[in-house]
Design a protein around this ligand. Structure first.
Ligand SMILES: Cc1cc2nc3c(=O)[nH]c(=O)nc-3n(C[C@H](O)[C@H](O)[C@H](O)COP(=O)(O)O)c2cc1C
Length: 174
């Protein structure tokens, strides 16, 4: 785990290879083990491939006011949209969003460890009506962005993560 975290890095550009649904499921199951106050499971994932990318391309084009579909979804064969799905509960929304975000981070790490390239992208368009509609978001849901997933390009194979921060600068006591 320590080595996987230290070695993780984002891949903004990936090959067309992608994990299958079957390969994803155990990773999603493992990612679901992040801390989750009251076990609300306040998240869900939307798998976007093939025509799903066309649908997303159209929605992004519409949302940014251009007439043409966006080319962005074609940067990887597989995109997983991460949805914060806030449940009615005494648990505040921010705690639920922290869990949803945790799932995305954990899934990214697990995919990286399994040898896949991942890049988390977001932006203002996640809040636009056309984009929300394309993902079937309900009123209690927000899009936290998309994990673009693919094969790691040859020049990055066997590479290492970035130099970690100096941990002593990020911890204090009271
Ligand atoms: C919630 C979230 C959203 C992000 N959105 C974008 C984005 O839209 N565009 C972008 O270039 N990087 C975005 N990033 C940053 C990249 O995913 C990546 O973390 C960054 O390039 C640093 O690379 P590293 O993960 O290897 O340190 C986002 C990261 C997070 C956590």
């Amino acid at each position: 785990m320590l080595q996987a975290a230290l070695a993780r890095r984002s891949h903004s550009s990936v090959t067309e290879d992608a994990p299958s649904r079957e390969e994803l499921l155990p990773l999603i199951a493992a990612a679901s083990r992040v801390a989750d106050h009251s076990n609300l499971r306040p998240w869900r994932l939307v798998e976007i491939r093939d025509e799903g990318r066309d649908k997303l391309a159209k929605a992004l084009g519409k949302a940014d006011g251009s007439k043409k579909p966006s080319t962005k979804p074609y940067r990887s064969t597989l995109i997983i949209a991460v949805v914060a799905s806030r449940q009615k509960s005494k648990v505040p929304e921010w705690e639920q969003d922290a869990t949803a975000s945790g799932v995305a981070h954990m899934l990214s790490l697990l995919l990286d460890e399994a040898g896949w390239g991942v890049f988390w992208r977001t932006g203002d368009l996640t809040r636009k009506k056309a984009v929300r509609k394309a993902h079937g978001l309900k009123r209690n849901e927000e899009l936290l962005g998309w994990l673009y997933i693919g094969g790691i390009k040859e020049k990055y194979l066997g590479g290492r993560g970035k130099r970690p921060v100096d941990p002593t600068k990020f911890i204090s006591s009271i």
